[in-house]
Design a protein around this ligand. Structure first.
Ligand SMILES: N[C@@H](CCC(=O)N[C@@H](CS)C(=O)NCC(=O)O)C(=O)O
Length: 201
């Protein structure tokens, strides 16, 4: 049985989206970040970086959402091409999300919450820049990495959705991002994973 350790945050939703897309049975262990459960010895034994998400598959434990998405996509042979340009474009955008979009929007979230003006302005500018990069990519193709829905879309979706819903970013000048958000957000697997909260099976 696959076990996902997660919480109701953008990074936490990524493995849930992929598991729903794959239609696999899995168990969710909520890690309550508000109660600092990410620092318990039990969780640190699974995720030594004290962050969600983490995955357990038999004797294998993994942390880092990009590694988890790649592992599941390869194991079940979906949403990541075996080879060629499509594979590397997918990995390129996956890394872009994990190393850029996620951390920048995460920092912005902190400064929006704390209401600290200068860093907030700095991270708004960087978030705008990254969302414009995404908009230009999506203006030229239906999905982030080209013609196919991949783990790059799964990685980018929850953060881009949060940009508009939680981070005071205006997407009106980014029509391709808006079109893609509506399209991906309408997938049943995405809807289910985005609605997950502790207490759900
Ligand atoms: N690069 C990591 C980032 C994970 C991450 O930042 N998770 C956040 C929630 S979205 C977390 O666990 N925060 C708890 C903490 O920082 O103590 C990934 O993609 O998995």
């Amino acid at each position: 049985m696959l076990t996902v350790y997660t919480w109701t945050t953008p990074n936490g939703r990524k493995p849930l989206i992929l598991l729903e897309e794959l239609d696999l049975p899995y168990e969710v262990v909520p890690v309550n970040l508000r109660e600092h459960a990410q620092f318990t010895p039990e969780f640190l034994a699974i995720s030594p970086n004290n962050k969600i998400p983490a995955l357990m598959d038999g004797s294998l434990t993994l942390f880092e959402s990009g590694a988890i998405l790649t592992y599941l996509a390869e194991k079940y042979d979906r949403f990541l091409a075996h080879e060629g340009a499509q594979r590397y474009r997918t990995l390129q955008w996956l890394h872009w999300q994990v190393g850029g979009l996620g951390p920048m929007l995460g920092q912005l979230g902190f400064f929006v919450k704390e209401g600290i003006a200068l860093p907030k302005e700095h991270f708004i500018a960087e978030a705008e820049r990254l969302l414009n990069v995404l908009d230009r990519a999506l203006a030229g193709s239906p999905y982030v990495a080209g013609d196919h829905y991949t783990i790059a879309d799964i990685a980018c979706y929850p953060w881009t959705e949060a940009a508009a819903s939680h981070l005071e970013l205006n997407l009106s000048g980014k029509p391709a991002v808006q079109r893609w958000l509506a399209q991906v957000g309408d997938r049943p697997a995405v809807r289910k994973a985005m609605a997950w909260k502790p207490g759900n099976p």
